[in-house]
Design a protein around this ligand. Structure first.
Ligand code: PMP
Length: 422
């Protein structure tokens, strides 16, 4: 640890929460130098939905590397890229009736968001983009401008302009119709809201506190976008690739977004890769108008193609639904014994959290859990939500063990002297 303390920037963060030198990982487990094995309920912040070092993906990657397959290619044609595009079209887009074009931006989540915002502004000729309270879309300036978190925004050092925040579903309490407010501001010439180019939304807010919008709310948001000819951008960077149970998180709502942002688990192996899906009528960048050196991560195409085997049938979907119930039941049991922390269950699929009345308590629970061999993180504006992002492929036994550790950690903190905000 001394190496990191001495040489690495102060900005490092997860290394502080998980003070262990990790040496290997398999499936839902991480192994530290001490030989200690940890259950992983963090899964690379959603980048490892299929677990660590999946055998099938590893084999394909090793063969590709051993055969001197192209590693880097910008956006030149490679067989690895063609194979990914074809399988993604056949397994994901075509069965869902999606005619979207595939735009490959730089390799990260914020790269796909930047491309989406830029394209929406170009297509509509308008500047403003509406995003929602507690949204998180990335750390580069455009993405940060549609991100709610004040601490992260302050880091920009510049005005973050041309965005407008509307209350997310539930933000004003259960009985407040947040979209009625949004719709009214659009109708009313005195609201001060210039007609936006687009709305960008997460169906479940990952970093913002595992807030899940209702399907009805999402459908109405789409209706509002259609009525005012604003593009609907779904940021599925964290909630996509099966995290909520279906490949795209918006499937149960029946949405037809104009632009979809994907990254994190797209390569399936933790390799950097992202993809912006764009309806053909909005595919309006001129050749090279948006680019990036690392759009062609062929190793990610190889593992990403293999990862799509999980979507050839509905096996994984069913598994996620079943495990989501296990998490829900485990969380309900935990919530029942942590009354003083005012626990509230949030999320859907394998993207669930327990919101508490204290960020300090949530952090203490994660620290306790880590001491007991479970890696998991907090989210929310004050870090007050303990969140479970276990691999979708986790075994029943590991899921049960992880929940048992979490229960112990909760019991320890709930019984202890941690100060609560209430
Ligand atoms: N959008 C969402 C919804 C995210 O959760 C994240 C990352 N947490 C991003 C965008 C940014 O992704 P990256 O960190 O790869 O830039």
């Amino acid at each position: 640890m001394e190496t990191f303390e001495r040489h690495e920037s102060n900005v490092r963060s997860y290394v502080r929460a998980f003070p262990e030198m990790f040496v290997s990982a398999k499936g839902s487990r991480l192994v530290g130098r001490s030989g200690r094995s940890y259950i992983d309920f963090f899964a690379g912040a959603g980048a490892l939905n299929y677990g660590h070092n999946d055998e099938g993906m590893k084999r394909r990657l090793l063969d590709y590397v051993a055969g001197d397959g192209i590693a880097h290619s910008l956006d030149m044609a490679t067989e690895a890229k063609a194979a990914f595009i074809e399988r993604f079209h056949r397994v994901v887009l075509a069965p869902r009736g999606m005619a979207h074009k595939m735009l490959f931006p730089g390799p990260t989540g914020t790269n796909t968001v930047e491309s989406a915002l830029k394209l929406a502004r170009k297509v509509t000729g308008r500047k403003k983009v509406v995003s929602f309270t507690n949204a998180f879309h990335g750390m580069t300036l455009g993405s940060l401008a549609v991100t709610g978190n004040a601490f992260k925004r302050d880091g920009a050092g510049l005005p973050l302009n041309d965005t407008f925040f509307m209350p997310y579903d539930g933000y004003m309490g259960e009985d407040f119709d947040t979209l009625a407010y949004f719709a009214q501001t659009l109708e009313d010439g005195g609201s001060g809201l210039d007609l936006p180019a687009a709305c960008i939304v997460e169906t479940v807010q990952g970093e913002g506190g595992i807030n899940a919008a209702s399907m009805a709310w999402l459908r109405r948001l789409q209706d509002i976008c259609r009525r005012w000819e604003m593009l609907l951008i779904v940021d599925d960077v964290q909630a996509g690739c099966g995290r909520t149970g279906t490949f795209f998180s918006f499937e149960p709502a029946g949405l037809d977004p104009d632009i979809v942002c994907l990254s994190k688990s797209l390569s399936g192996y933790g390799l950097p890769m992202s993809l912006t899906l764009v309806k053909p009528e909005y595919d309006r960048f001129a050749p090279g108008e948006h680019n990036g050196t690392f759009r062609g991560n062929n190793h990610a195409f190889v593992t990403g193609t293999e990862a799509l085997r999980f979507w050839e049938d509905d096996g994984l979907e069913k598994e996620v639904a079943r495990k989501a119930e296990t998490v829900r039941a485990g969380f309900a049991r935990i919530a029942g014994m942590a009354g003083g922390l005012a626990p509230e269950l949030r999320g859907r699929g394998l993207m669930q959290g327990i919101a508490l009345n204290s960020g300090e308590a949530a952090r203490a629970i994660c620290t306790e859990a880590f001491r007991r061999g479970l890696v998991l993180e907090t989210s929310g504006p004050d870090g007050e939500v303990v969140k479970c992002l276990c691999p979708l492929t986790i075994s029943d036994e590991e899921l049960r063990q992880g929940l048992a550790i979490l229960e112990e950690a909760f019991a320890t903190v709930a019984a202890g002297p941690v100060r609560t905000a209430a």
